[in-house]
Design a binder for this molecule. Sequence first.
Ligand SMILES: [Fe+2]
Length: 441
Amino acid sequence: MSEFQTKDPYSYFTGLNSYHESEAIPGTLPIGRNSPQVPAFGLYAEKLSGAAFTAPRHLSKQTWLYRILPSTTHRPFEAVSTTDSREAQKFSTVPNQIRWSPFEIDTSADFVGGLKQLAGAGDIQTKNGVAIYIYSCGKSMKETDVFYSSDGDMLIVPQEGDLDVRTELGRLYVRPLEILVIPRGIRYNVALPNGNARGYILEAFSATHFELPELGPIGSAGLANARDFQIPKAEYTDSSETHTLINKFGGNLFRAEQDHSPFDIVGWHGTYYPFKYDLGRYNAIGSISYDHPDPSIFTVLTVPSPIPGTAIADFAIFAPRWLVMEDSFRPPYFHRNCMGEFVGLIKGGYDGKLAGGFNPGGASLHNLMSAHGPDVQTHRKASEEDTSKPQKVGTGSMAFMFEVSYMVGVTEWGLKESPVQQDYVAHSWGGFKKHFKPPQA
Ligand SMILES: [Fe+2]
């Protein structure tokens, strides 16, 4: 993308991996103390923790909230319905390569009602695993409905339709080609300002969070730059209207009512907050000599694991870029990987699948050690390419990958009710012929 989507209806701080503070009324934030005996303007002080209190400073995620009523003031939670269980359902863990045609949009649903789990791995209760969802909706959430997940951080990737998201810490307006991260526990409402919406969500259950990857020898800038992340500003509503909290907890939905707005935070400060990023600002880096680099070079955000260099999950994008590698096979190479690779398409086409079948709003899953790579048409074209000339790929398109270190299972909805392409493997790789000619003795 050469154009940046900088026009927004709201104002932001910018920056990631740093401390922020925001106050809707000047003088809300106490000086020095985090929890003064009497906070300004009769507010209550409340702490929101996204990391252990004793986490090292660079991993600490703590935010102080100054709100009209404390979050404790709600009625008991009740299970919405046991049939609405999401992660609790069983996965089919199969080695087959899977590709889905675009997922149907449920125009009768709102963001929460249209949230369907496609795949996942691990365990919520021990904070070890991920879930992959497709969301599709045609209605805004009721203004008095507020959703949050206790299960993990959600990376939301809109594919169609804008999302006007009001979080406890302020508003974020997100369009296709932008991404939104809502950390565990932060409450929000999603409105649809221009109708139907569809997209992908990666939820990470881990105690670690979506972070910028280290840059190593790349240096101090490149890939996603910290300054391009956008953070909400405090905005509050003082209301006594009945609101409904909808909590995803252990994979199930629970509801509780309260007689005040959850959007009553007048000021906040800390390191735990939602943020958005315009994928058009991504600084893609690649080979300028030979070979196709590993796709880790396209990482936007990573959820680190305790193993150095091994992510629980990476979010990578295949943005428009120049390929200049000489005497090299330029598209993604054939491979089998120790990771689970879920790929989606926001817009346009994908340079590894010239034969088609991979369309915006669809997806593919290549599980651990399941072979994949360019289709026959892509392989033929790339084998005949004049690599003495630079080549622009990805113009007008944006594919992305959730690369997770788990064996990914697919839900019953994902396998039986979703548009699985039965001919994917034959269509993409069925036409390869032998060209092997050993030297004659
Ligand atoms: Fe791959």
